[in-house]
Design a protein around this ligand. Sequence first.
Ligand SMILES: [Zn+2]
Length: 552
Amino acid sequence: MRNQIFVVFLISSLLLVRCSNSKKEVQTALDKINADGLKEKISILASDDFKGRAPSTLGEERTIKYLEEQFKKIGLQPGNGNSYLQEIPFVKITTELNSIAAVIKSKNETLNLSVPKDFVVGTTRVVDNTSLKNSEMIFAGYGIVAPEYNWNDYAGLNVKGKTVVVLVNDPGFATGDKNLFNGKAMTYYGRWTYKFEEAARQGAAGLIIIHETDAAGYPWSVVENSWTGTRFYLETPDKNMSNCEFNGWVTTETAQKIFEMSGLDYKKEIASAAQRGFKPIILSSNMSISFKSKFAYTKSNNVIGVLPGKELADEYIIYSAHWDHFGVRPNTAQGDSILNGALDNATGVAGILQVAEAFAALPQPQKRSIIFLSVTGEEAGLLGSDYYAKHPLFPLNKTAAVINLDALNIFGKTKDITLAGYKDSGLDDYAEKVIKEYGRYVVPEPTPEKGTYFRSDHFSFAKVGVPSLYFGSGMDNIEHGKQWGLDQSAKWLRENYHKPSDEYKPDIWKFDGMVDDLKIIFEVGYDLSMTNKFPNWLEGSPYKANRDAMMK
Ligand SMILES: [Zn+2]
């Protein structure tokens, strides 16, 4: 116990030294980041009044009104002309489950796919009826085209009008080979969203992903849940007609049957798909599928405010945090039906508001402009950030960095802090410097094989090339140690993640760790705002080519 107190004392004194000597000018700003401010904001955002903050509901109205008021009060300028809002067109698509007929036929056999036991399917195209007859089936391994890994599963293939079957995750995960992709850590090529995007680029009629629990990082029930309800998409001018006609998933057992129908050994073929030199296999079976979809058009909003810089006002640093959550669950038999999303992500939104207050309190304004962007539709698939990245209100090649917050630390002070995608870009140097000055250390995200990096809004920016940082809570708790921190975090995920019990609990939550983290997060952005440098992705990063192209 005594040792721990000593450590806390030592760290606090280091902090004092740092602040009084090296950066006196930021002390006034840092003082704005405090527990009281966070508590006030989180309690409002996570209150039942805000109805779980679902896009296009009363919950959205109240949330964006509150954010606009806060941005004004802090002194931010509107980020979209005279407005703090960036309106986004959404289309809600529901597959009519009882309309789905899906049959696979080989020479001698017929396999009727049953939904959702064997198969789930949907379309992103805005069409009432999807119908495809006798579409030739091809097994294209992992369905990956990755020039930087010298890998192309579609090489020499023409998949127009065809149904492509692929595996989830990537060859690095499958083999554990460090020289293949990123070893066990999932690359974006392993993520299911990528598989659908690539198949569309290749012109396939349909794509079916083979679900495997290990490779996906979750059981079939998760696929089932998210593909049997209503899904949100961005509405594009072409009504999403450039996407595949249908996107689906099959269970491992169904995939085995499909391979057997073509006289193939499933295990052998998927093993060869993870090896260099794999050649796609034309299956001797055809797919026929038809189903109906329902649509509803709706709108939602990103909220954006700017604090102009003094010298380099046309260069930007973005702080982002999604405001949306899941709203109110209709059929909860008893008890609480509001998904308040207190940790996820009222904390992150409160965090960027506090950081905004800190910047606004600087005695000398920073050099570059700081953008505060609270995005919508994260929970529906990073939609708000994706829309911003495709329709930026400030030039992306003048945007030096994005710093994203999604769920802050509620378990107290830690020695470490998590950086997702650590060692991916030159931004890490800025983060590391500040983190060290605070006497703390960086850890990479704890489960890179689950693809956590691709599941929050910084990724929408990475994808188009803008270097982005995603800070997460540390686990190495100063008072209780690392195992305790890991256990608490796992317990929280099990009991509260995306559930009505993700509520604001001021008596249980600790705010000191959150305040520590936000000070670091402020200082990293401040340091970046005081340079004229544009850090890039490191050599070998899949995001570098896009950044290089926009900076030419
Ligand atoms: Zn979140």
